[in-house]
Design a protein around this ligand. Sequence first.
Ligand code: SAT
Ligand code: MN
Length: 581
Amino acid sequence: MKNLSIEKFVSDVAELTKPDDIIWCDGSEKENETLISKMLKEGIFIELNQEKNPKSYLHRSDPNDVARTEHLTFICSKKEEDTGPTNNWSQPDQFKVKLNGLFDSAMEGRTMYIVPYLMGPEGSPYSQVGVQITDSPYVVANLRIMTRMGKRALDYLGESDNFVKGIHSTGDLSPDRRYIGHFPEERLIMSIGSGYGGNALLSKKCHSLRIASVIAREKNWLAEHMLILGIESPDGELTYISGAFPSASGKTNLALMKPPEGYKDWKAWTLGDDIAWFHIGKDDRLWAINPEAGFFGVAPGTNMKSNPNAIASLKKNAIFTNVAVTADGNPWWEGLTVDPPNNLTDWHGKLWKQDNGKAAHPNSRFTTAIYQTPSVSPKLDDPQGVPVSAMLFGGRRAKLTPLVYESFNWVHGVFIGATMGAETTAAAVGKVGVIRRDPMAMRPFCGYHMADYFSHWIKIGSSMVNPPRIFHVNWFRLDENGKFIWPGFGDNIRVLKWIVDRVKGRGKAIKTPIGYIPTPDALDINGLNISSSELAELLRVDNNAWLEEMKEIRTFFTSLGKKLPNDLLKELTNLETRLKA
Ligand code: SAT
Ligand code: MN
Protein backbone atom coordinates (compact mmCIF):
# COMPACT_ATOMS: atom_id res chain seq x y z
CA MET A 1 0.00 0.00 0.00
CA LYS A 2 1.36 3.38 -0.96
CA ASN A 3 0.71 6.55 0.92
CA LEU A 4 0.71 9.21 -1.77
CA SER A 5 1.04 12.10 0.69
CA ILE A 6 4.24 10.63 2.10
CA GLU A 7 5.59 9.92 -1.39
CA LYS A 8 4.98 13.54 -2.38
CA PHE A 9 6.55 14.84 0.83
CA VAL A 10 9.64 12.69 0.29
CA SER A 11 10.09 13.60 -3.37
CA ASP A 12 9.78 17.31 -2.60
CA VAL A 13 12.39 17.12 0.16
CA ALA A 14 14.70 14.97 -2.00
CA GLU A 15 14.50 17.51 -4.78
CA LEU A 16 15.58 20.24 -2.39
CA THR A 17 18.24 18.41 -0.40
CA LYS A 18 19.65 16.20 -3.21
CA PRO A 19 20.69 13.08 -1.28
CA ASP A 20 22.83 10.41 -2.96
CA ASP A 21 20.31 7.76 -2.03
CA ILE A 22 17.10 7.25 -0.11
CA ILE A 23 16.32 4.54 2.43
CA TRP A 24 12.79 3.89 3.65
CA CYS A 25 13.01 2.55 7.19
CA ASP A 26 10.79 -0.39 8.04
CA GLY A 27 11.94 -0.85 11.62
CA SER A 28 13.18 -4.40 11.11
CA GLU A 29 16.05 -6.00 12.99
CA LYS A 30 17.95 -6.53 9.76
CA GLU A 31 17.74 -2.87 8.88
CA ASN A 32 19.03 -1.95 12.31
CA GLU A 33 22.01 -4.28 11.97
CA THR A 34 22.95 -2.80 8.60
CA LEU A 35 22.69 0.71 10.03
CA ILE A 36 24.81 -0.15 13.05
CA SER A 37 27.60 -1.73 10.96
CA LYS A 38 27.66 1.36 8.77
CA MET A 39 27.91 3.63 11.82
CA LEU A 40 30.65 1.49 13.35
CA LYS A 41 32.60 1.66 10.10
CA GLU A 42 32.21 5.43 9.92
CA GLY A 43 33.03 6.02 13.58
CA ILE A 44 29.58 7.43 14.38
CA PHE A 45 29.12 4.56 16.79
CA ILE A 46 31.90 3.17 18.95
CA GLU A 47 31.51 -0.36 20.16
CA LEU A 48 31.30 -0.76 23.93
CA ASN A 49 32.37 -3.95 25.70
CA GLN A 50 29.89 -6.30 23.98
CA GLU A 51 30.09 -8.94 26.66
CA LYS A 52 29.03 -6.51 29.39
CA ASN A 53 26.90 -4.25 27.16
CA PRO A 54 25.46 -6.36 24.35
CA LYS A 55 24.42 -4.31 21.31
CA SER A 56 25.23 -1.05 23.09
CA TYR A 57 27.21 1.76 21.55
CA LEU A 58 28.77 5.09 22.29
CA HIS A 59 28.28 8.19 20.19
CA ARG A 60 30.41 11.32 20.58
CA SER A 61 28.71 14.41 19.26
CA ASP A 62 30.31 17.55 17.97
CA PRO A 63 31.41 19.44 21.12
CA ASN A 64 29.28 22.39 19.92
CA ASP A 65 26.18 20.27 19.79
CA VAL A 66 25.42 18.86 23.22
CA ALA A 67 22.13 20.40 24.36
CA ARG A 68 18.94 22.01 23.11
CA THR A 69 19.35 25.49 21.69
CA GLU A 70 16.25 27.38 22.72
CA HIS A 71 17.47 30.66 21.20
CA LEU A 72 17.59 28.96 17.77
CA THR A 73 14.15 27.37 18.15
CA PHE A 74 11.23 29.14 16.46
CA ILE A 75 7.47 28.81 16.41
CA CYS A 76 6.33 30.16 13.05
CA SER A 77 2.60 30.60 13.48
CA LYS A 78 0.92 32.71 10.83
CA LYS A 79 0.18 35.35 13.46
CA GLU A 80 2.82 36.44 15.93
CA GLU A 81 0.21 36.75 18.70
CA ASP A 82 -0.39 33.00 18.46
CA THR A 83 3.24 32.33 19.35
CA GLY A 84 3.45 34.55 22.40
CA PRO A 85 6.33 36.18 24.24
CA THR A 86 7.92 32.99 25.61
CA ASN A 87 8.72 31.70 22.11
CA ASN A 88 10.83 33.04 19.27
CA TRP A 89 8.64 33.90 16.31
CA SER A 90 9.40 34.31 12.68
CA GLN A 91 7.01 34.92 9.81
CA PRO A 92 6.48 31.42 8.31
CA ASP A 93 7.07 32.18 4.63
CA GLN A 94 10.18 34.20 5.33
CA PHE A 95 11.56 31.59 7.73
CA LYS A 96 10.93 28.86 5.20
CA VAL A 97 12.87 30.76 2.55
CA LYS A 98 15.77 31.04 4.96
CA LEU A 99 15.60 27.37 5.94
CA ASN A 100 15.14 26.18 2.36
CA GLY A 101 18.35 28.03 1.56
CA LEU A 102 20.15 26.02 4.22
CA PHE A 103 18.51 22.74 3.18
CA ASP A 104 19.36 23.30 -0.47
CA SER A 105 21.70 20.40 -1.42
CA ALA A 106 22.35 19.72 2.29
CA MET A 107 22.18 15.96 1.70
CA GLU A 108 24.56 15.82 -1.25
CA GLY A 109 26.90 12.88 -0.70
CA ARG A 110 24.65 11.59 2.09
CA THR A 111 21.87 9.08 2.51
CA MET A 112 18.38 10.31 3.24
CA TYR A 113 16.39 8.16 5.66
CA ILE A 114 12.60 8.18 5.74
CA VAL A 115 11.41 7.32 9.23
CA PRO A 116 7.69 6.87 9.75
CA TYR A 117 6.98 6.71 13.47
CA LEU A 118 3.96 6.19 15.70
CA MET A 119 3.57 8.21 18.88
CA GLY A 120 1.40 6.22 21.28
CA PRO A 121 0.26 2.60 21.42
CA GLU A 122 -0.81 0.73 18.32
CA GLY A 123 -4.59 0.77 18.12
CA SER A 124 -5.00 3.82 20.33
CA PRO A 125 -7.35 6.52 19.11
CA TYR A 126 -4.98 9.02 20.75
CA SER A 127 -1.85 7.98 18.85
CA GLN A 128 -0.34 10.07 16.07
CA VAL A 129 1.94 9.40 13.16
CA GLY A 130 4.91 11.46 12.10
CA VAL A 131 7.33 11.05 9.24
CA GLN A 132 10.84 12.32 9.85
CA ILE A 133 13.24 12.71 6.98
CA THR A 134 16.83 12.83 8.19
CA ASP A 135 20.39 12.44 6.97
CA SER A 136 21.62 11.24 10.37
CA PRO A 137 21.85 7.48 10.95
CA TYR A 138 22.37 8.26 14.67
CA VAL A 139 18.94 9.92 14.69
CA VAL A 140 17.42 6.87 12.98
CA ALA A 141 18.92 4.54 15.59
CA ASN A 142 17.54 6.72 18.39
CA LEU A 143 14.09 7.03 16.83
CA ARG A 144 13.99 3.26 16.62
CA ILE A 145 14.20 3.08 20.40
CA MET A 146 12.26 6.23 21.26
CA THR A 147 9.24 5.57 19.04
CA ARG A 148 7.31 2.72 17.47
CA MET A 149 8.88 3.23 14.07
CA GLY A 150 8.67 1.80 10.58
CA LYS A 151 5.96 -0.47 9.25
CA ARG A 152 3.84 -0.19 12.40
CA ALA A 153 3.45 3.52 11.86
CA LEU A 154 2.56 3.14 8.17
CA ASP A 155 -0.01 0.47 9.04
CA TYR A 156 -1.60 2.83 11.55
CA LEU A 157 -1.67 5.69 9.03
CA GLY A 158 -3.00 3.80 6.01
CA GLU A 159 -3.66 6.18 3.15
CA SER A 160 -4.34 9.16 5.38
CA ASP A 161 -2.46 12.43 5.07
CA ASN A 162 -2.86 13.07 8.78
CA PHE A 163 0.78 12.97 9.86
CA VAL A 164 3.31 15.43 11.18
CA LYS A 165 6.10 16.20 8.72
CA GLY A 166 9.67 16.51 9.97
CA ILE A 167 12.64 17.53 7.84
CA HIS A 168 16.02 17.22 9.46
CA SER A 169 19.61 17.55 8.37
CA THR A 170 22.70 17.89 10.51
CA GLY A 171 23.89 20.41 7.91
CA ASP A 172 27.42 21.50 8.78
CA LEU A 173 26.69 21.48 12.55
CA SER A 174 27.57 25.13 12.76
CA PRO A 175 25.57 26.98 15.44
CA ASP A 176 25.44 29.90 12.98
CA ARG A 177 23.43 27.80 10.58
CA ARG A 178 21.35 25.92 13.13
CA TYR A 179 17.59 26.39 13.39
CA ILE A 180 14.67 24.39 14.69
CA GLY A 181 11.53 25.76 13.06
CA HIS A 182 7.94 24.74 13.78
CA PHE A 183 5.00 25.53 11.53
CA PRO A 184 2.03 24.54 13.70
CA GLU A 185 -0.69 25.28 11.15
CA GLU A 186 1.03 22.99 8.63
CA ARG A 187 2.06 20.35 11.18
CA LEU A 188 5.58 20.80 9.86
CA ILE A 189 8.98 20.82 11.59
CA MET A 190 12.25 21.82 9.92
CA SER A 191 15.48 21.33 11.84
CA ILE A 192 18.99 21.90 10.55
CA GLY A 193 22.49 22.08 11.98
CA SER A 194 22.16 19.86 15.05
CA GLY A 195 22.18 16.16 15.80
CA TYR A 196 21.34 16.61 19.50
CA GLY A 197 18.29 14.85 21.00
CA GLY A 198 15.65 17.52 21.48
CA ASN A 199 16.84 19.38 18.37
CA ALA A 200 17.04 16.36 16.09
CA LEU A 201 14.72 13.59 17.33
CA LEU A 202 11.75 15.49 15.98
CA SER A 203 9.27 13.02 17.45
CA LYS A 204 10.11 14.21 20.91
CA LYS A 205 9.87 17.87 21.93
CA CYS A 206 9.10 19.17 18.43
CA HIS A 207 6.21 16.86 17.56
CA SER A 208 4.96 15.46 20.87
CA LEU A 209 5.01 18.79 22.69
CA ARG A 210 5.28 21.86 20.46
CA ILE A 211 3.09 20.68 17.56
CA ALA A 212 0.95 18.36 19.72
CA SER A 213 0.16 21.13 22.21
CA VAL A 214 -1.36 23.15 19.35
CA ILE A 215 -3.40 20.15 18.19
CA ALA A 216 -4.42 19.44 21.79
CA ARG A 217 -5.75 22.95 22.20
CA GLU A 218 -7.87 22.59 19.07
CA LYS A 219 -9.18 19.15 20.03
CA ASN A 220 -9.64 19.64 23.78
CA TRP A 221 -6.88 17.51 25.24
CA LEU A 222 -3.45 18.14 26.83
CA ALA A 223 0.10 17.46 25.57
CA GLU A 224 2.41 17.81 28.55
CA HIS A 225 6.05 17.56 29.62
CA MET A 226 5.15 14.94 32.23
CA LEU A 227 6.14 11.54 33.52
CA ILE A 228 3.47 8.93 34.23
CA LEU A 229 3.78 6.56 37.16
CA GLY A 230 1.54 3.99 38.86
CA ILE A 231 1.80 3.55 42.65
CA GLU A 232 0.51 0.28 44.05
CA SER A 233 0.03 -0.05 47.80
CA PRO A 234 0.52 -3.34 49.67
CA ASP A 235 -3.24 -3.98 49.54
CA GLY A 236 -3.29 -3.58 45.76
CA GLU A 237 -4.68 -0.06 45.52
CA LEU A 238 -3.32 1.39 42.27
CA THR A 239 -3.09 5.15 41.77
CA TYR A 240 -1.70 6.85 38.69
CA ILE A 241 0.25 10.07 39.00
CA SER A 242 1.74 12.39 36.40
CA GLY A 243 4.39 15.00 37.01
CA ALA A 244 5.95 17.97 35.24
CA PHE A 245 9.54 18.88 36.04
CA PRO A 246 11.99 20.85 33.91
CA SER A 247 14.58 18.88 31.93
CA ALA A 248 17.30 17.29 34.06
CA SER A 249 15.38 17.72 37.34
CA GLY A 250 14.84 14.09 38.27
CA LYS A 251 11.86 13.13 36.09
CA THR A 252 13.49 9.92 34.93
CA ASN A 253 14.49 9.01 38.49
CA LEU A 254 10.94 9.51 39.74
CA ALA A 255 9.38 7.72 36.77
CA LEU A 256 11.59 4.66 37.34
CA MET A 257 11.59 4.80 41.12
CA LYS A 258 12.22 1.67 43.08
CA PRO A 259 10.56 1.61 46.50
CA PRO A 260 13.26 1.50 49.19
CA GLU A 261 13.70 -0.82 52.20
CA GLY A 262 10.64 -0.39 54.37
CA TYR A 263 8.45 0.05 51.28
CA LYS A 264 9.31 -3.31 49.81
CA ASP A 265 5.68 -4.35 49.50
CA TRP A 266 4.85 -1.24 47.49
CA LYS A 267 5.18 -1.22 43.71
CA ALA A 268 5.94 1.64 41.36
CA TRP A 269 5.01 1.11 37.72
CA THR A 270 6.71 3.11 34.99
CA LEU A 271 4.64 4.41 32.09
CA GLY A 272 6.71 7.32 30.87
CA ASP A 273 9.49 9.66 31.90
CA ASP A 274 9.04 12.73 29.73
CA ILE A 275 5.82 13.26 27.80
CA ALA A 276 2.15 12.56 28.50
CA TRP A 277 -0.93 13.08 26.35
CA PHE A 278 -4.17 13.40 28.32
CA HIS A 279 -7.72 12.89 27.13
CA ILE A 280 -10.94 13.25 29.05
CA GLY A 281 -12.54 9.82 29.25
CA LYS A 282 -16.24 8.96 29.02
CA ASP A 283 -16.02 8.33 32.77
CA ASP A 284 -15.09 11.99 33.36
CA ARG A 285 -11.56 11.10 34.37
CA LEU A 286 -8.33 12.26 32.76
CA TRP A 287 -6.56 9.42 30.92
CA ALA A 288 -2.89 9.51 30.00
CA ILE A 289 -0.81 7.78 27.35
CA ASN A 290 2.91 8.06 26.86
CA PRO A 291 3.49 8.77 23.18
CA GLU A 292 7.09 7.55 23.43
CA ALA A 293 8.59 4.08 23.69
CA GLY A 294 12.00 4.88 25.15
CA PHE A 295 14.00 7.04 27.51
CA PHE A 296 16.46 9.72 26.47
CA GLY A 297 17.75 10.15 30.00
CA VAL A 298 20.48 12.23 31.60
CA ALA A 299 23.37 9.89 32.47
CA PRO A 300 25.33 11.82 35.15
CA GLY A 301 24.03 11.06 38.61
CA THR A 302 22.37 7.83 37.51
CA ASN A 303 23.55 4.95 39.70
CA MET A 304 22.37 1.94 41.67
CA LYS A 305 21.13 4.16 44.48
CA SER A 306 19.51 6.99 42.53
CA ASN A 307 17.95 4.86 39.81
CA PRO A 308 18.53 1.09 39.94
CA ASN A 309 15.79 0.48 37.36
CA ALA A 310 17.52 2.75 34.85
CA ILE A 311 20.80 0.95 35.43
CA ALA A 312 19.02 -2.38 34.82
CA SER A 313 17.42 -1.08 31.64
CA LEU A 314 20.82 -0.01 30.27
CA LYS A 315 22.31 -3.49 30.23
CA LYS A 316 21.76 -4.03 26.51
CA ASN A 317 20.57 -2.34 23.29
CA ALA A 318 21.45 1.10 24.63
CA ILE A 319 22.94 4.15 22.95
CA PHE A 320 25.17 6.35 25.09
CA THR A 321 25.88 9.87 23.93
CA ASN A 322 28.86 11.88 25.23
CA VAL A 323 29.60 9.67 28.23
CA ALA A 324 33.12 8.57 29.22
CA VAL A 325 34.44 5.02 28.65
CA THR A 326 36.48 2.85 30.97
CA ALA A 327 39.63 1.05 29.85
CA ASP A 328 37.65 -2.15 29.38
CA GLY A 329 35.02 -0.48 27.22
CA ASN A 330 32.19 0.21 29.65
CA PRO A 331 30.26 3.48 29.78
CA TRP A 332 30.98 5.76 32.73
CA TRP A 333 29.75 9.12 34.00
CA GLU A 334 30.07 11.24 37.09
CA GLY A 335 28.06 9.66 39.88
CA LEU A 336 27.97 6.16 38.39
CA THR A 337 30.59 5.06 40.92
CA VAL A 338 31.96 7.03 43.85
CA ASP A 339 35.50 7.16 42.45
CA PRO A 340 36.31 7.43 38.77
CA PRO A 341 38.06 4.31 37.46
CA ASN A 342 41.65 4.54 36.19
CA ASN A 343 42.39 5.21 32.54
CA LEU A 344 39.08 6.76 31.62
CA THR A 345 38.52 8.19 28.18
CA ASP A 346 36.48 11.38 28.38
CA TRP A 347 33.54 12.42 26.20
CA HIS A 348 35.94 14.07 23.75
CA GLY A 349 37.75 10.75 23.28
CA LYS A 350 40.86 11.85 25.17
CA LEU A 351 42.53 10.21 28.14
CA TRP A 352 40.90 11.87 31.16
CA LYS A 353 42.84 13.36 34.04
CA GLN A 354 41.40 14.45 37.37
CA ASP A 355 41.86 18.16 36.64
CA ASN A 356 40.42 17.98 33.10
CA GLY A 357 36.89 18.81 34.23
CA LYS A 358 34.07 16.32 33.79
CA ALA A 359 34.78 13.01 32.08
CA ALA A 360 31.21 12.73 30.81
CA HIS A 361 29.38 15.79 29.51
CA PRO A 362 26.88 17.06 32.18
CA ASN A 363 24.11 16.57 29.60
CA SER A 364 25.37 13.19 28.39
CA ARG A 365 22.49 10.83 27.71
CA PHE A 366 21.38 7.25 27.41
CA THR A 367 18.75 6.00 24.98
CA THR A 368 16.98 2.81 25.93
CA ALA A 369 13.60 1.14 25.47
CA ILE A 370 11.01 1.49 28.24
CA TYR A 371 10.27 -2.20 27.74
CA GLN A 372 13.70 -2.99 29.21
CA THR A 373 12.97 -1.40 32.57
CA PRO A 374 12.07 -3.89 35.33
CA SER A 375 9.35 -1.49 36.55
CA VAL A 376 7.57 -1.19 33.19
CA SER A 377 3.79 -1.01 33.63
CA PRO A 378 1.67 -3.73 32.00
CA LYS A 379 -0.54 -0.81 30.89
CA LEU A 380 2.17 0.80 28.74
CA ASP A 381 0.63 -0.41 25.49
CA ASP A 382 -2.99 -0.05 26.59
CA PRO A 383 -4.72 1.97 23.86
CA GLN A 384 -6.78 3.83 26.47
CA GLY A 385 -3.85 4.66 28.73
CA VAL A 386 -4.31 5.04 32.48
CA PRO A 387 -6.59 7.27 34.57
CA VAL A 388 -4.58 9.91 36.42
CA SER A 389 -5.62 10.94 39.93
CA ALA A 390 -2.89 13.43 40.78
CA MET A 391 -0.68 15.81 38.83
CA LEU A 392 2.60 17.07 40.25
CA PHE A 393 4.54 20.20 39.44
CA GLY A 394 8.07 20.76 40.62
CA GLY A 395 11.48 22.09 39.87
CA ARG A 396 14.82 22.51 41.56
CA ARG A 397 14.51 25.14 44.28
CA ALA A 398 17.20 25.36 46.94
CA LYS A 399 14.89 27.55 49.02
CA LEU A 400 11.29 28.68 49.41
CA THR A 401 9.05 25.93 48.09
CA PRO A 402 8.19 23.19 50.61
CA LEU A 403 8.70 19.48 50.04
CA VAL A 404 5.06 19.11 49.06
CA TYR A 405 1.82 21.08 49.04
CA GLU A 406 -1.59 20.59 47.50
CA SER A 407 -3.67 23.12 45.64
CA PHE A 408 -7.10 24.14 46.93
CA ASN A 409 -8.77 23.32 43.63
CA TRP A 410 -8.09 22.96 39.91
CA VAL A 411 -7.74 26.66 39.07
CA HIS A 412 -5.44 27.19 42.03
CA GLY A 413 -3.50 24.15 40.79
CA VAL A 414 -3.20 25.72 37.36
CA PHE A 415 -1.88 28.85 39.09
CA ILE A 416 0.74 26.74 40.89
CA GLY A 417 1.82 25.15 37.61
CA ALA A 418 1.75 28.45 35.75
CA THR A 419 3.99 30.15 38.31
CA MET A 420 6.52 27.37 38.71
CA GLY A 421 10.03 28.63 39.13
CA ALA A 422 13.05 26.40 38.68
CA GLU A 423 16.80 26.56 38.46
CA THR A 424 18.07 26.10 34.91
CA THR A 425 19.99 22.89 34.07
CA ALA A 426 22.51 21.63 31.52
CA ALA A 427 19.74 20.26 29.27
CA ALA A 428 19.66 23.57 27.42
CA VAL A 429 22.52 25.79 26.31
CA GLY A 430 22.95 28.73 28.70
CA LYS A 431 23.72 29.52 32.30
CA VAL A 432 22.97 26.76 34.83
CA GLY A 433 21.34 27.36 38.22
CA VAL A 434 19.46 30.58 37.48
CA ILE A 435 15.83 30.65 38.59
CA ARG A 436 13.45 31.19 35.73
CA ARG A 437 9.69 30.90 35.38
CA ASP A 438 9.03 27.58 33.72
CA PRO A 439 5.25 27.17 33.66
CA MET A 440 4.25 23.50 33.80
CA ALA A 441 7.90 22.80 32.76
CA MET A 442 6.62 23.75 29.29
CA ARG A 443 8.32 27.09 28.72
CA PRO A 444 10.59 25.70 25.98
CA PHE A 445 7.95 23.32 24.64
CA CYS A 446 4.59 25.07 24.40
CA GLY A 447 3.83 25.60 20.71
CA TYR A 448 1.54 28.60 21.25
CA HIS A 449 0.92 31.61 23.44
CA MET A 450 1.57 30.75 27.09
CA ALA A 451 -1.44 32.77 28.28
CA ASP A 452 -3.73 30.87 25.87
CA TYR A 453 -2.17 27.68 27.21
CA PHE A 454 -3.18 28.65 30.76
CA SER A 455 -6.73 29.32 29.58
CA HIS A 456 -6.75 25.92 27.92
CA TRP A 457 -5.68 24.24 31.16
CA ILE A 458 -8.46 26.01 33.07
CA LYS A 459 -10.97 24.94 30.44
CA ILE A 460 -9.89 21.27 30.57
CA GLY A 461 -10.37 21.17 34.35
CA SER A 462 -13.70 22.91 34.27
CA SER A 463 -15.03 20.38 31.79
CA MET A 464 -14.55 17.60 34.37
CA VAL A 465 -16.50 17.13 37.58
CA ASN A 466 -13.56 15.38 39.20
CA PRO A 467 -10.33 16.56 37.65
CA PRO A 468 -7.07 15.19 39.08
CA ARG A 469 -5.78 16.85 42.24
CA ILE A 470 -2.79 19.12 41.72
CA PHE A 471 0.32 19.14 43.93
CA HIS A 472 3.67 20.89 44.01
CA VAL A 473 6.81 19.04 45.11
CA ASN A 474 10.43 20.07 45.65
CA TRP A 475 13.02 17.42 46.45
CA PHE A 476 15.88 19.91 46.23
CA ARG A 477 15.75 22.03 49.41
CA LEU A 478 19.22 22.77 50.76
CA ASP A 479 20.22 23.38 54.37
CA GLU A 480 22.53 26.21 55.45
CA ASN A 481 25.55 24.00 54.59
CA GLY A 482 24.32 23.47 51.06
CA LYS A 483 23.32 19.86 51.68
CA PHE A 484 20.02 18.36 50.50
CA ILE A 485 17.62 18.03 53.45
CA TRP A 486 15.39 15.43 51.81
CA PRO A 487 17.00 12.10 50.77
CA GLY A 488 15.02 12.01 47.52
CA PHE A 489 15.10 9.17 44.97
CA GLY A 490 13.31 6.02 46.23
CA ASP A 491 12.30 7.80 49.44
CA ASN A 492 10.15 10.15 47.39
CA ILE A 493 7.58 7.38 47.64
CA ARG A 494 6.87 8.69 51.14
CA VAL A 495 5.66 11.93 49.62
CA LEU A 496 3.75 10.06 46.93
CA LYS A 497 2.08 8.01 49.68
CA TRP A 498 0.76 11.23 51.26
CA ILE A 499 -0.43 12.38 47.85
CA VAL A 500 -2.25 9.08 47.34
CA ASP A 501 -3.73 9.44 50.85
CA ARG A 502 -5.01 12.92 49.96
CA VAL A 503 -6.53 11.67 46.72
CA LYS A 504 -8.32 8.92 48.66
CA GLY A 505 -9.56 11.44 51.22
CA ARG A 506 -7.57 10.19 54.19
CA GLY A 507 -4.29 12.18 54.26
CA LYS A 508 -4.05 14.74 57.04
CA ALA A 509 -3.17 18.30 56.08
CA ILE A 510 -2.83 21.84 57.35
CA LYS A 511 -4.16 24.78 55.39
CA THR A 512 -1.51 27.42 54.67
CA PRO A 513 -1.66 30.49 52.42
CA ILE A 514 -0.03 28.58 49.55
CA GLY A 515 -2.03 25.35 49.85
CA TYR A 516 -2.39 22.25 52.00
CA ILE A 517 0.78 20.82 53.52
CA PRO A 518 1.03 17.50 55.39
CA THR A 519 0.69 17.54 59.17
CA PRO A 520 4.07 16.46 60.57
CA ASP A 521 2.70 13.02 61.47
CA ALA A 522 1.03 12.52 58.08
CA LEU A 523 4.34 12.18 56.30
CA ASP A 524 6.18 8.94 57.01
CA ILE A 525 9.79 9.71 57.90
CA ASN A 526 10.33 6.46 59.79
CA GLY A 527 13.87 5.23 59.34
CA LEU A 528 15.07 8.46 57.74
CA ASN A 529 17.80 10.56 59.23
CA ILE A 530 15.56 13.63 59.48
CA SER A 531 15.01 15.56 62.71
CA SER A 532 11.69 17.15 63.55
CA SER A 533 13.22 20.58 63.04
CA GLU A 534 14.45 19.55 59.59
CA LEU A 535 10.99 18.27 58.80
CA ALA A 536 9.52 21.56 59.97
CA GLU A 537 11.99 23.39 57.70
CA LEU A 538 11.02 21.19 54.75
CA LEU A 539 7.37 22.06 55.23
CA ARG A 540 7.78 25.69 56.32
CA VAL A 541 5.96 28.47 54.51
CA ASP A 542 7.87 31.73 54.86
CA ASN A 543 5.23 34.36 54.14
CA ASN A 544 7.70 37.19 53.55
CA ALA A 545 9.81 35.17 51.14
CA TRP A 546 6.65 34.16 49.32
CA LEU A 547 5.57 37.79 49.07
CA GLU A 548 8.93 38.51 47.40
CA GLU A 549 8.25 35.65 44.99
CA MET A 550 4.86 37.20 44.18
CA LYS A 551 6.66 40.24 42.75
CA GLU A 552 8.48 37.99 40.29
CA ILE A 553 5.24 36.27 39.43
CA ARG A 554 3.46 39.55 38.81
CA THR A 555 6.29 40.63 36.50
CA PHE A 556 6.05 37.31 34.67
CA PHE A 557 2.26 37.58 34.35
CA THR A 558 2.61 41.14 33.05
CA SER A 559 5.10 39.94 30.45
CA LEU A 560 2.42 37.63 29.04
CA GLY A 561 0.18 40.58 28.16
CA LYS A 562 -3.55 40.94 28.11
CA LYS A 563 -4.41 37.37 27.16
CA LEU A 564 -3.56 36.23 30.68
CA PRO A 565 -6.70 34.64 32.14
CA ASN A 566 -8.34 36.76 34.80
CA ASP A 567 -8.74 33.69 36.97
CA LEU A 568 -4.97 33.52 37.42
CA LEU A 569 -4.66 37.20 38.30
CA LYS A 570 -7.37 36.63 40.89
CA GLU A 571 -5.41 33.70 42.30
CA LEU A 572 -2.35 35.92 42.59
CA THR A 573 -4.22 38.68 44.39
CA ASN A 574 -5.91 36.21 46.72
CA LEU A 575 -2.60 34.56 47.54
CA GLU A 576 -1.01 37.92 48.32
CA THR A 577 -3.92 38.72 50.63
CA ARG A 578 -3.55 35.39 52.42
CA LEU A 579 0.20 35.87 52.79
CA LYS A 580 -0.29 39.32 54.31
CA ALA A 581 -3.04 38.23 56.70
O1 SAT B 1 15.21 18.04 24.83
S1 SAT B 1 15.71 16.70 25.06
O2 SAT B 1 14.67 15.78 24.75
O3 SAT B 1 16.88 16.46 24.27
C1 SAT B 1 16.11 16.50 26.68
C2 SAT B 1 15.37 17.40 27.54
O4 SAT B 1 15.79 18.55 27.67
O5 SAT B 1 14.34 17.00 28.12
MN1 MN C 1 12.16 16.57 28.89
